[in-house]
Structures are given as structure tokens and as C-alpha cells.
Design a protein around this ligand. Structure first.
Ligand code: DGP
Ligand code: NA
Ligand code: NA
Length: 210
């Protein structure tokens, strides 16, 4: 490859594991080390599709379960041209949730297999690294009340956690499990170590596909 590409780094985990805080801190750390880095968030609620998803999550609308699953996937696909452009320009993307949230959240609903849930995301750019912020449901509960959005109940979050446990066994994805019960700075240090490693390795490799 003529120009060094950026890395695609995804943070996953149940709600309240600290993903959003850690994504922002990672982008800053990468930038401070002289690398181009940007934050992306899924669902991206700003697009037309994202607004449908947002209304669904806020319980302002109801959507059939398969339908909303495909909308979440479409919301990732609509960003692919931009993601590829940024990566090829050498920018590392730090992504707050990706296809794995898609599979874990929908397959936690009755009647959905993990296999079916991954299918619409097959072919998306493959992350060079997926950091799983591991936090037990008990520890998550200690971090305070859930919000008002759809999915924000402890029973559903436990089911999601179990689906993530299955997903992280997939050896074709570069998962790194991070102990999210540590303090913010210790979690950040672990994440930064793995990420810098990945940024250095990824720059000479082609972008893969899920
Ligand atoms: P967040 O904005 O990160 O709090 O995410 C909103 C909620 O949507 C959160 O409960 C996780 C869930 N979610 C994220 N991505 C997907 C997806 O692709 N499919 C489904 N069903 N839920 C998702
Ligand atoms: Na949330
Ligand atoms: Na988030």
C-alpha cells in the first residue's frame, strides 16, 4: 500500500461499561501521539435512518424487530464510503459500537439467532481490533439507574451480555477483553496499549471485510 492507512478500532460492551468516555479519551491519546484519529458512533442518530432508530429507542415509535435490525445495519452501511475514505487517508477511526452490538442486542430478543443477526453486516469493513469492555451486570447496576430508553432494563442487559460472551469466542475477529471494573485511567491505559499496537500493525495491511 502506497500510503499508510488508519486502523479501525471498535469499542463494544453492555450499556454503562464506559465505552463513550473511553472512545473520547482514546481519540485524544492517539492525536497526542501524533496520529490522525476520529470518533464515530453507532447508531449515528443524525441521518434520516438514524432518526428512525432514535425515535424507536426513545419509544416515540414502534418498529417490527427484523425491520429495526435492518435499519441499524443500514445505518452502518451508509457510513462505509466515509469510513473507507478516512482509513485510506491515514485516519484511525475509533468507533463506539458496531455490528457486534447489532448482533448482541437483536439476538437477545426471542426468536433471533446470532447467525441471522450477523448476516446484514457481512461485508462491512472489518475492525482491526475490537475492545470488549467487560463489566458484570452486578457491577453495571452499581453505576446507577438505567435511563428511559428501550433495552435499558437489567433483564435485557443480562441477555445482551450473554450474547457478547458468545461473540467474543469468534477467533476470526481480533477481540481484546478489557476489565471495565477498573478505574477510568487504568481502563484507558489498557485500551491505549492495545490500540497503539494495532495502529502500527494495521498500516501495512489491506482493510478486511466482516
Ligand atoms: P447508545 O447510543 O450507544 O446508547 O446506543 C443506543 C442503544 O441501541 C443501546 O441500548 C444499544 C442499542 N444498539 C446499538 N446498536 C444496535 C444495533 O445494531 N441493533 C440493536 N438492536 N440495538 C443496537
Ligand atoms: Na444507551
Ligand atoms: Na454510547
Amino acid at each position: 500500500m502506497a500510503c499508510r492507512r488508519g486502523a479501525l478500532i471498535v469499542l463494544e460492551g453492555v450499556d454503562r461499561a464506559g465505552k463513550t468516555t473511553q472512545c473520547k479519551k482514546l481519540v485524544q491519546a492517539l492525536q497526542q501521539s501524533g496520529r490522525a484519529a476520529e470518533l464515530m458512533t453507532f447508531p449515528d442518530r443524525t441521518t434520516t435512518i438514524g432518526q428512525l432508530i432514535s425515535a424507536y429507542l426513545e419509544k416515540k415509535s414502534d418498529l417490527e424487530d427484523h425491520t429495526v435490525h435492518l435499519l441499524f445495519s443500514a445505518n452502518r452501511w451508509e457510513m462505509v464510503p466515509l469510513m473507507k475514505k478516512k482509513l485510506e487517508q491515514g485516519t484511525t477511526l475509533v468507533v463506539d459500537r458496531y455490528a457486534f452490538s447489532g448482533a448482541a442486542f437483536t439476538s437477545a430478543k426471542p426468536g433471533f439467532s446470532l447467525d441471522w443477526c450477523m448476516k446484514p453486516d457481512v461485508g462491512l469493513p472489518k475492525p482491526d481490533l475490537v475492545l470488549f469492555l467487560q463489566l458484570s451486570p452486578t457491577e453495571a447496576a452499581l453505576r446507577g439507574q438505567f435511563g428511559e430508553e428501550r433495552y435499558e432494563t437489567s433483564a435485557f442487559q443480562k441477555a445482551v451480555q450473554q450474547k457478547f460472551e458468545q461473540l467474543i469466542k469468534d477467533p476470526s475477529v481480533n477481540w481484546q477483553v478489557i476489565d471495565a471494573s477498573q478505574n477510568v485511567e487504568d481502563v484507558h491505559r489498557d485500551i491505549t496499549t492495545h490500540s497503539l499496537n494495532t495502529v502500527n500493525k494495521a498500516q501495512n495491511l489491506p482493510i478486511g471485510e466482516l
